[in-house]
Every structure is written in structure tokens, then in C-alpha cells.
Design a protein around this ligand. Sequence first.
Ligand code: ATP
Length: 345
Amino acid sequence: MSSSTPTFPARPTVTLIEGDGIGPEIAAATVRAIEAAGGQIDWDRQLAGMTAAEKTGDPLPAATVESIKQHQVALKGPLGTPIGAGFRSVNVALRQQFDLYANVRPTVTIPGVPCRFSGVDIVMVRENTEDLYAGVEHYVDARRSAAESIAIITRYGSERIIVYAFEYARRHGRKRVTLVHKANILKLSNGLFLDVGREVAKRYPDIAFDDMIVDATAMKLVVAPERFDVIVTMNLFGDILSDLTAGLVGGLGVAPAANIGDGGCALFEAVHGTAPDIVGKGIANPTGLMLSSAMMLEHLGQADAAARLRKGIYAALAGAETRTGDLGGKADTRGYTDAVIRAIS
Ligand code: ATP
């Protein structure tokens, strides 16, 4: 089980999937901001989603998969999945293809972004491959009188995600890992995840460890979110709670995400959708993809550029004149991006 930091060339090539809907607009803004921050990246532009299906007949073309295989790192805008694609979601297919088992979503209160809470600084580490999302479900009979979905939790899958969470905590100077579960009811599957968590925690005496039942976690996250640091949990709870934590700091528009596998393979993405209602209007907010790019720059060993990019984003978000309309500001995508770049330089 590898959790060591991978090394990349000084100027790596990254697969860029602009995506559907507002994807090309926010990707163009993000590429400009990365360049201004001094990020050293060559882009290999590839297609996926609805755009790929329209242009090539395949929502996940082999050339895109090959490009990620070769470069190991991808930046991706939102994707739609055409009906009849042969899989539930292009996003899920990409995670499965590259065994991107760790979904990492940091949520930090950003001055200027309207929200109800302050002092939030939580990193949600969600297991991405198992649990109820393993795809094991069926009707019990032809009349569809009942259906079963089976949660798969393995020792292997539990250990690698929990180790990832502790290693992340150590690398980022974090103090506590909280494991979220429902082992009081789901005694075997969630009990296994909790047992593995307790075993792994012993190897990290420098990081505090506790566990919390998921329903209590949901309440505590909105009563005292500042109590949390790194949270590690299974796929279904992580899916729900990571949107909840995004809501604590202003919603999906400012939420970055990384999907990480072994050996440095990683896909960084905006978590919001394709926003079909505002396509082509020039008003899309690129913050989610920009913040994901900052995570990507850190992953590529370009921490200085990541810090400059974040500084620019935070400065532009702080002012109503420079924030985008979805955050109560007056700027369009270009105006906001210009403000990010001005603040960087
Ligand atoms: P999809 O089917 O791809 O999930 P959706 O419209 O159902 O698309 P979102 O794309 O998440 O879901 O959009 C929800 C609402 O939030 C829409 O009104 C959309 O315009 C807005 N929205 C989403 N992302 C952004 C963004 N980056 N900037 C501005 N508005 C956004």
C-alpha cells in the first residue's frame, strides 16, 4: 500500500478535460490563473462526457484514457453522461478505471463568500470505490417486489483510505482524524471499517483519533463545525457529508475536489454540475476548478504556485466588485479572473 509522495518533472504534462456546459468557460479562466501564478504545466487537451459523445460517439474515448494513463494527472470540468452510455456516470467510470480510491474535499471558510458559519477548516476523505456504490444490487424477482443493494467493505479498501487520511493529516500538519461510521447498527461492514481505523490509528501516535456515528456527525457539523479537522468515512456517508461541508462554506461553487490513486495518479475536478442554464453567458464562477488546480499544483510539487493561486482567488472573492454573481458579487467570469490575476501579480 503506497502513500509516499510521488515526484513529477519540473514541467509536467497534465490531461485537461474541459468538460460540458460551463466547463470550457471555467477551464479557460483556470488555465489563465494557473499561468499567472507561475504554474509550470503543459496541457494535453482531451474530451469526455456529452461533448465527447457528440464529437466521437464515445463519452469516454480511448485517447482520453490513454492520455491520463501516460501523464497520471488530469484536471477536469463538469461532465454530463449521455443516456445509454453503458455506464452510470463518466465521472464514476474515470474513478474506477484508474482506481482513484480517495476522494479528498477540503472546505475552508473564505472571507467574502456568503455563508452561515465561520472558522470552518475541514478535510473530508471519502472512500471512492466500495460500500453501497460497489454496484452490487438486484431485484429479488421479476415482478420487482423488492430490491437489494449490498454494501461491500473490505479490509484492504478500509486500510488504504484510512492510511491515506492519516498520511494526509501528517503532510498538512493536521491534528485529528475523525472516523465516521454507523457501526452501532451495521455491525459487520461498518464494524470492520471502525476496527481497521482503530488499528491504523495506533501507527500514528502524533495524530489524535476519534470516531463518531454518522447521524451525530451530521448534527455536530452544523452545531460546531470548528470541532472537526480531517474526517475519513465510507463512500455513501462521504458523498452526503461532503456536500454538507461544502454548504458550510458557501456551496459547491467554491468546493474543490481531488480523486487520488496509488503511484501519484490523480484527477482534480470541480464538484458542481454543468450549469446548463448559464452556458455561454460568461457569468460562470470558476472558483471550484481554480481551487482544485491549487490542490493539483501541490500534488505536482509546485506548492509556491499553489499558494500564489490561492492568494489571488481569496483576494478576488473578498470584494463584492470582483466576486461572481452566484456569490452575490458584480463580476462576470472574465472580471473575476482578471481580479485573481491582478492579486497574484
Ligand atoms: P448537472 O445536470 O450537470 O448536475 P444542474 O444544473 O442540475 O447540472 P448544477 O450544474 O450544479 O446542477 O447547477 C445548479 C445551479 O447552480 C444552477 O442554477 C447553476 O447555474 C448554478 N451553478 C452551478 N455551478 C455554477 C458555477 N460554477 N457558477 C455559477 N453558477 C453555477
